[in-house]
Design a protein around this ligand. Structure first.
Ligand code: PNS
Length: 171
């Protein structure tokens, strides 16, 4: 049986912090499926299709990694794909309470699926999708913050938006 892990998230958009967690997970598991979901608390900048395509481009050199959209319960998606592990990245203590709550809810729903936390690299500690959107909106330097494909997509997204829309679209 291949050892399959799901790495879920909004990835709006993927950052180098996400890419770091994906690379670590790809070394630990036979197969990693990046599950791009909708967070009911967030209004996304990129469509699910755009986010999946950006992740596919970012991970094209990792042969055991794929990216797919998912709807509904995460544990159902994990079980449907034969995955026993959900990977989550942890940055600072501020991530912990929310992630701990999600992990316990998922364990309650599916005791056979384990959540595994991977620590981010120290130099990605401050990085988040919200921060890179803010930097892109203000036309700041995205070097070393996001994969190249994401930087291009962010530039295109904000260049196409009128000023008043820019601030409204940010969560
Ligand atoms: O990157 P995010 O925004 O923290 O990702 C959150 C996401 C999409 C992984 C999470 O909202 C999720 O798993 N949604 C699916 C619904 C679900 O299974 N929720 C967990 C039990 S309450």
């Amino acid at each position: 049986m291949p050892n399959i892990a799901i790495y879920p998230g909004s990835f709006d958009p993927a950052t180098n912090g996400h890419a770091d967690v994906i690379a670590r997970a790809s070394r630990l598991f036979d197969r990693v499926i990046i599950a791009v979901g909708r967070n009911s608390q967030k209004q996304p900048l990129f469509s699910v299709e755009e986010r999946v395509a950006l992740l596919q481009e970012t991970c094209q050199n990792m042969t055991n990694v794929t990216a797919e959209p998912f709807d509904g319960m995460l544990v159902d998606f994990a079980r449907g794909n034969g995955a026993k592990v959900i990977i989550k990245g942890l940055r600072a203590v501020s991530d912990f309470e929310y992630e701990f709550q999600m992990a316990l809810a998922n364990r309650h729903l599916a005791p056979d699926v384990e959540t595994l936390f991977l620590m981010t690299s120290a130099h990605h500690l401050y990085l988040s999708s919200s921060i890179v959107k803010e930097i892109a909106r203000l036309n700041g330097d995205l070097t070393a913050l996001v994969p190249d494909a994401v930087a291009v997509a962010l530039r295109a997204k904000f260049a196409l938006q009128p000023d008043e829309l820019r601030s409204e679209r940010l969560p």
